[in-house]
Every structure is written in C-alpha cells, then in structure tokens.
Design a protein around this ligand. Structure first.
Ligand code: ADQ
Length: 607
C-alpha cells in the first residue's frame, strides 16, 4: 500500500454532454482511465479534472450530476468559466504548446490573453487539488495542459509528493526556444519531485532545454533545484490489453462485424489507419504515399484497400478545418482517379467508432499503418499488436512516434518520404509468414508485458522513491557552519584559504545567468578579503573566463577559476590557463599539496 492518490488531468474519465433535456454522462474509454482505476481502487483517492463542458454552470440538475460523480466515482470537477476554458484549451494549450511540442513551430499562434487563461486555469486546478489534499497523498499531474501546476502546488504544499507525466513529446531545445513563456513553463515543471517522459529522447531534450534556457546543468536521472532534487525518468505508457483481447475472444458485436468485413474484403489485402484528425498524425502524407503505391504497383490494383478512420478533433481551430479540407480533397482524388467501378481503393470514415468495431478492424487488417509526423507514444500501434495473438499482421510504424523506441520489430518509416513509405508498405504486404510471425509475436508479448498497469505502478513507486531521496539528498549535504564558528576559525587561523562559489552563494540565483552581476557591496567585500595578506581568496564558478574577467577583473589579489575548474587565472596573471595535460604535469612539480582539496595545475601554488 502506497499513499492515497490524487490524479489531476485536464479531462476527467467522465464527460458531461449537453443534451436536449439537460446533461448526459459519458465514460471515456481511454487507457489512462483503465490504468488509474485500479490504482485509485487500491490506494484510495480522487480524480480531479474538467468535465468537458462549461455551459450553464449554475443549473441545479448539472450540479446534481457532478455531485453524483464525486460521491460514486471520486471524480471531482474543476469548473472553468467559458472564456478561461477557451483561452486555456483551444488557445495556449492547443495553438501554442501543441504545435511547438510536436515540432510544428509554423503552426504556433500566441496571444497573451490565452496565456493568462492558461495561468488562470492552472490556478483553478491548484485550488481544487489543495482543497482535497491530505498529508502523505501522492499527487499525479498529467500532461501539457497543466505544466504550471507542479510549482503552483509546491508553493502551497511544500512537502507534498508531486509527480508529472508528459504524454506528448518534448521538443528539441532549438524549437523549445521559440515557445512564448518558456521560462514560466520550465519553472512550473520543476516544482515536481518526479518528471516522467514517454522516451529517453524526450527526456534528453528536456535537459537540453534546461541548459539553454536557464543554464541549468542536470544529471541523466536528476536535476537539483536548490537543495531539492527533481527525479527525471523515461516511462513509456502502455495499454490495458484485456480491453481489446477480451472483446476479441468473446464479444458478439465484434465477431459479427469481423465476419461482415471478411466477406466484404475477401481476396483483398487490408491496410488500416486509425487517427484523430490532427496534423501531427500525418494523414495527408499517408494518403499521398498510398496514391504513390497504387500508381507504382500494378499488382496491387484492385487487390488492396486502405481503411482510414479519422476521428474529428479540435474543430474550433482553423488549422484543423484546413486539414479536413485537404484530406477530403485527397480522398476524392484517390477514389476518383485510381478506383474502378468494382474497387474503391480508400474507405474513409470521418467519425469516432466503437471499441467493438475497432477491435474487429484490428483483427482484420493485414497491415496497420501508423504514420505520425510526431507523436508522444501512439497507442494505436500497441492496440493493433495486442489484437494479433496469432502473430499475423504487420505493423508499419513512423520512426517519429514514441512507440518506435520500444517497437523495433515493426517496419519503420519516415512518413515525410512518400516513395520509401510506399515501398515499405509493399514490403509489409509481401513479408514471408515466418518473419511476419516472429516480428509480431515478439511485439505482442512485449505489449502485453509492458502494460499500462505496470506503467502506473512504476510511476508511483518512482514518485515515492523521489520523495525519500529528497530527505537523503539534504542529509548528504555538508553540515551548515554557524556564523560564530566561521568567525572564530577565521580569527584563529594564521593562513586562510577561502574558496568561494558565486551563483547562489555570493548572489542569489537569477532567472537568467547574465542578470546575476555582482553588486558593489560584493565586489568591496571580495577586495577587502583578497587584500588581507594572510588570505588566499579564490572565486570558483561554472561561468566562462570572459564572464569572470568582466565582473571580477578589478578585484586585485584574487584567484579566478572558470568553467568549474577547467580554466584558472592567478592574481597577477594577464591570461587564463586551461586545465590540460601539459599543465597537469606542473601540478606535481608545484605540489607542496598545502591545499590538496584544490585540483588543477595550480593546486600547490596557492599562497
Ligand atoms: P492521442 O494523441 O489522443 O494521445 P493516441 O496515442 O493515438 O493519441 O491514442 C488515441 C486513442 O484514441 C487510441 O486509444 C485509439 O484507439 C483511439 N482512437 C483514435 N482514433 C479513433 C477513432 N476514429 N475511433 C475511435 N477511437 C479512436 C496522447 C499523445 C499520444 C500518447 C497518448 C497516451 O498525443 O502520443 O500515445 O496521449 O499517452
């Protein structure tokens, strides 16, 4: 038994939908809901999120439904006023963060009003969490809608265990730099004890962003925020396989649908694509590659069909409407120009379909074609594989989906390269049975093993570990000396070596490194210490030599150590000396080792 759990996500696993007479409750079928349910059942706890509807907040019947959710399902609704909901969700989250995090900076739209709504929405979430929080609870925040929340919570609940999981990719640091309000977002995330990403690649890009934006160094698994460690992890999400395999084994609707399709497509190979109609999923690119395939391979003519399921999404945003127009045009073009009276090469379904139907299609498809231009993970790839216990079927997977990192047995494609993608589809259709079975069986077993439950438990175990490291981390810090002890030691000593750190020691940390220039009082103090004949003063910093020269060049008699010791400048020297092998040799020559703790070519030269 681990602590009670508070799950926080933009959407609850229940959705409120306005119907003629009032409201209806719909259950969200996603893997996240399936994963969280057993964790919540086992540990107890609450789920906090938006109900998906901000209309008529004051109506009594609406309140009654939400009250029911809280009582029966432990789902607590965060009420967002309509203008906040729009600016937050359709604005900053989906028109600023979503494109940048998926490497589409050209789609970025930013308005400061939308940013304010994003901040406000995160604040409203914080209040809801603080209201429900009890000591020792574990707080698990999900995804890009709530990136400010960890630090907002830390401010109010300094000792709380806070974990954050990013479902979407983290962009390269080059691209991250274009993001308006990037500093606030990073600071928001660093309030967590654990930050987990879908892949190691995303994790590394996050570390690179910390370095570029804040000049903040980190280890592969940890970054220190003052004396508080933040644990970093790559934790690929899985699915709940039984949600698919159970339907496959015993659901009547699935079986009937499947039988109907088998009859309809008999004698033809079936390619399947299932996506939200989002520009990151590469639907037009896939359709163009398919057209290329049909034009280049006469053998496939009339012998293959692509079923493209595209569920409408974020339709209030212009880019998504443009995408829809483009896809409709391509669908018409492919069927119009390449089809025949007996053959429709592309079946396009532009709506959400039931899970029972989806499973039947997975079972039917000879090839599942995942062509994301960028994707945090892509669950469709895993769902398809879960539905192939016999080892039939081939997964063709974009190398830019997070899933590619752990599904190496798939045939990988670069979806931007239509010609080679078409060639890979052709290869998938022709793969010999033994190879196909080997690849699929390995994938299938892995998807069953690395399921969403394992992912959920691992996250919580890591969060607890991170919180206990917090204590250890502080314990392993050197004991703080009291001012009186320092003064006594200083007065007693006949010779004194003073090695001073700069950022965070002589001046507080600043948001940007260049803002941490020394005030006159610090320069005066350093000059006074360095002019005392019994003192040897060294200022040691991670900053560059040029930076230290600019700020401390006027302090006479002080040693400067730049780049964490890589370069060194004695008091009277005009130039810097790098730490290289030929100077390392001089260390031995000089080494009276008076001050052995100080490494480098001048270690023995001090004083
Ligand atoms: P999504 O971008 O929503 O999620 P994805 O991983 O593809 O992406 O999951 C989509 C889900 O919706 C799947 O379970 C799929 O079966 C279902 N679905 C898709 N199209 C459908 C349709 N037409 N009808 C019915 N169901 C459909 C975000 C990230 C992903 C990450 C997930 C989980 O963008 O990269 O994999 O979170 O972390």
């Amino acid at each position: 038994m681990i602590g009670r759990l508070i799950v926080v996500s933009n959407r609850l696993p229940l959705t409120l939908r306005k119907v003629d007479e009032g409201w209806a409750t719909e259950r969200s079928p996603g893997g996240l809901a399936s994963a969280m349910k057993p964790l919540l059942r086992r540990n107890g706890g609450d789920w906090i999120g938006w109900a998906g509807d901000s209309a008529e907040l004051d109506r009594e019947d609406r309140r009654a439904i939400l009250h029911d959710w809280a009582q029966k399902d432990h789902c607590f609704t965060v009420e967002l006023p309509p203008d906040v909901a729009t600016g937050f969700y359709e604005g900053y989250a989906n028109q600023t963060l979503w494109p940048v995090f998926h490497n589409f900076p050209s789609q970025l739209k930013f308005e400061s009003k939308a940013w304010e709504a994003y901040v406000e929405a995160n604040r409203i979430f914080r209040e809801a969490v603080v209201e429900r929080y009890k000591p020792n609870d574990l707080i698990w925040v999900h995804d890009y809608h709530l990136m400010l929340l960890p630090q907002m919570l830390r401010d109010k609940l300094p000792d709380a265990a806070i974990g954050f999981f990013l479902h979407i990719p983290f962009p390269s640091s080059e691209i991250f730099l274009v993001l308006p309000r990037r500093e606030e977002l990073l600071e928001g995330l660093l309030g967590a004890d654990l930050l987990a990403f879908q892949t190691h690649g995303h994790l590394q890009q996050f570390r690179a962003a910390l370095l570029r934006v804040f000049g903040m160094e980190s280890k592969i698994e940890q970054v220190a925020v003052g004396s508080r460690p933040v644990r970093l992890e790559a934790l690929p999400i899985g699915i709940a396989p039984e949600e698919y395999t159970d339907l496959l084994k015993s659901d009547k609707t699935t079986a009937a649908q499947y039988a109907e399709w088998v009859a309809r497509y008999s004698g033809r190979k079936v390619l399947l694509a299932v996506d939200r109609l989002d520009y990151t999923k590469g639907v037009p690119e896939r359709l163009r590659a398919y057209a290329h395939l049909l034009r280049s391979s006469s053998e496939l003519k009339e012998n293959v069909v692509l079923i493209q399921i595209a569920v409408p999404t974020r339709e209030g945003i212009d880019t998504y409407q443009d995408l829809r127009t483009e896809v409709n045009r391509l669908v018409g073009e492919i069927n119009g120009k390449l089809g025949t009276p007996e053959w429709t090469p592309l079946v396009y379904i532009n709506r959400s379909i039931e899970r029972t139907e989806l499973v039947g299609l997975y079972k039917l498809a000879d090839v599942c074609w995942v062509g994301s231009l960028r994707d945090g993970m892509n669950l469709v790839a895993k769902e398809y594989v879960a539905c192939k216990p016999e080892g039939d079927g081939v997964l063709v997977l974009s190398e830019f989906a997070g899933a590619a990192a752990e599904m190496g047995e798939a045939l990988l494609i670069n979806p931007f390269d239509e010609e080679r993608t078409a060639a890979t589809i052709e290869r998938a259709l022709a793969l010999d049975e033994q190879e196909r079975c080997q690849r699929m069986t390995t994938l299938h077993n892995r998807v069953l093993r690395n399921n969403v439950f394992r992912w959920g438990y691992r996250f919580l175990a890591l969060l607890q570990e991170a919180v206990s490291e917090r204590g250890r981390y502080i314990d392993t810090q050197p004991q703080r000396l009291r001012p009186g002890e320092i003064r006594d030691a200083y007065t007693r000593a006949s010779r004194r070596l003073l090695i001073l750190d700069y950022d965070g020691t002589l001046v507080p940390f600043a948001k940007r490194p260049q803002q941490a220039a020394p005030p006159p009082v610090v320069l005066d103090l350093l000059s006074a210490l360095a002019s005392e004949p019994r003192n040897c003063v060294a200022l040691m910093s991670g900053r560059s030599a040029e930076n230290l020269d600019r700020w401390f060049g006027t302090v006479r008699g002080m040693w400067l150590v730049a780049e964490h010791g890589a370069e060194l400048k004695p008091p009277s020297a005009a130039t810097w000396e790098p730490l290289r092998s030929q100077v390392a040799h001089r260390l031995e020559v000089y080494s009276g080792a008076n001050f052995g703790a100080l490494h480098g070519p001048h270690a023995g030269k001090f004083c």
